[in-house]
Design a protein around this ligand. Sequence first.
Ligand code: AMP
Length: 401
Amino acid sequence: MKVLVLNSGSSSIKYQLFRDQDWVAIASGLVARIGEAEGEIKLNWLDDQGASHSSQESLPIPTHQAGIDRIIRSLRESGVLTDVAELAAIGHRVVHGGARFKHPAIVDDSVVAAIREVIPLAPLHNPGHLAGIEVARALFPSVPSVVVFDTAFHQTMPPTAYRYAIPESFYSEHRIRRYGFHGTSHHYVAKRAAAMLGKPLDQCNLITLHLGNGASATAIRAGQCIDTSMGLTPLEGLVMGTRSGDIDPAVLIYLCKHLGFDADALDRLFNRQSGLVGLCGVNDMREIDQLAAAGDERAELAIGLTTHRLKKYIGAYYAELGRVDAIVFTGGIGENSAEIRRRACEGLERLGITLDAEANDSRASRGERRISSASGEVKVLVIPTNEELEIAQQSRLAVMG
Ligand code: AMP
């Protein structure tokens, strides 16, 4: 059987098709610019001999329904899918599941209603996910749709970690609390870390650092999340590509009172114009590394602030956990930037965290690897994330009951 994973946004749908006997992704692609005059369709696939192919087309894709139709047609034409009856499940990524979803769920009307209900908490994401879910259900009623939530892995946090210290009614009446995001990635790398450590996940204490354009840190005790850096929305926590991360809320009050900001202007400032881009004008860490190496002071400050904040979270989560088996770096920056990893771990030798400089710097190494020195009590691991695979596997498990 096969599992199709859809990540449906407001104007694009990313997808991957997995074969469930060996979990190889036999096709992946993108339908973009839905609703615009000219849409874009990209497909990569493997043939029976394992050779890779790709195709690209431009044509109008007026709706999500047309987009998903095109995806299935492309998969059929390339020969990777003969019939939709081969699909054991369609797994959908959903950013926000509120407090209700601790696990993946097979989609029915009540699940759709629950995802709709938390739209105010994820206005940029959940409507696009819902469009994809509803079209998949309508087009393929015989194939179960499963939703896998970015928030689910974090629902084991205790109230001391998920509540804000504001009056109780904001929590009980308006659900204002910390939810956490990137959960699918944190869960995936935690499982891989346990395999690398040779221990069951429920015996592992881990700090997982997902550092991409969005970034978050998670403290995992005995395999379960006990704290994470993102909050009500993905804005809280680490310094990110375009988001500020932690900030004194009084800055918002000041901007409203003295500089005429309103809610939309605050949203733009802190979600789109801050973080790395706000500090140095660029949000691609490769470019920032080059600028800093050439003496650009703003780029150097951006790297300094990023690693200073990271180190604070490593220290805080170490204190919460008491004992740490491994720290895991993942995401585009975590997997690729030796400099960010070096500076985040620098000076933590007394905590048992010591990098092997050669293993950390090696450009030849790819894939899962240990970068801590043999003497370091805490293992430091680089583990490429694979959220789509995690969604596919969780979806398959959900339909097997
Ligand atoms: P993601 O959101 O996980 O796709 O990660 C995107 C981020 O990873 C961008 O800021 C990229 O600059 C960064 N990135 C990708 N490759 C590298 C690299 N070789 N060195 C430093 N950063 C990288």
